[in-house]
Write a protein that binds this ligand. Structure first.
Ligand code: URA
Length: 232
């Protein structure tokens, strides 16, 4: 029995089977040059937390896979009521494999403490993108599209009561909106059936001290909303 292209590729161990979609053209690849791998993401919409972590750590769905040190899945309590979502890992996060570990992360911890919250204690922290964009450039549309199923599955598994979108990029990505952060603050939005509150990104607050008072208002709004959600 002759091998299909796909069988041959598996045999060659060019890429794990789940990453390849090779047309069954009835032709056997004789060499690497015959093969045009099409990167296919597995359907993660029904997989477990552990399986999701594994898929994310091996993800090759966009070009950020080539430049990252490691993926940054998220950190905290996977059954948390609170889910904080940032933009993408920075240099330090890429090195350590954890979100918000640099200066912005310290400020985020202070913001959490201001409303009696603590990383890992009923709190989960993740990003829209699981890989660092090189030179901290803005995330690109295709990267967001490719990473979106991962965050969606994280939300479905965590089932948070409330999501806090940190900064314009996270808010616009989650809400599919072009609105400014000013227009999005102070309202309850929705992501996959979960209420969303928008506030400033801690890295922005480090540069714009005047906005800290507004971030405090947002946190108070979030705390009051959470009280209502927890007592409903
Ligand atoms: N900024 C983010 O949006 N996420 C991180 O993990 C770190 C910095």
């Amino acid at each position: 029995m002759s091998l299909t292209r796909e069988d041959k590729l598996r045999e060659l161990e060019l890429l794990p089977a789940w990453r390849l979609r090779v047309a069954r053209a009835g032709k056997v690849a004789e060499s690497v040059a015959d093969v045009t791998p099409v990167v296919l993401q597995p359907d993660v919409s029904a997989i477990s937390w552990d399986a999701l972590q594994q898929v994310v750590s091996g993800c090759q769905a966009c070009s950020l896979a080539k430049t990252r040190t490691q993926t940054v899945f998220g950190v905290g309590d996977p059954n948390a009521d609170w889910l904080f979502v940032g933009e993408a890992p920075g240099a330090e996060e890429d090195k350590q494999g954890q979100p918000f570990v640099g200066a912005a992360g310290q400020l985020l911890d202070n913001m959490l403490a201001a409303v009696q919250l603590k990383r890992g204690n009923n709190v989960y922290i993740a990003n829209v993108l699981k890989c660092r964009p090189p030179q901290n450039r803005d995330p690109q549309g295709e990267e967001v599209v490719k990473c979106d199923p991962y965050l969606k599955r994280q939300v479905a598994l965590i089932q948070p009561k409330l999501i806090i979108a940190l900064g314009k990029f996270a808010a616009q990505s989650l809400l599919g909106s072009d609105d400014t952060i000013g227009a999005m603050r102070g309202k309850l939005h929705d992501y996959q059936g979960v209420p969303v509150i928008v506030t400033y990104h801690p890295a922005y607050l480090l540069r714009s001290l005047n906005e800290k008072a507004k971030a405090w208002e947002d946190l108070c709004f979030a705390r009051a909303t959470m009280r209502q959600l927890q007592s409903a």
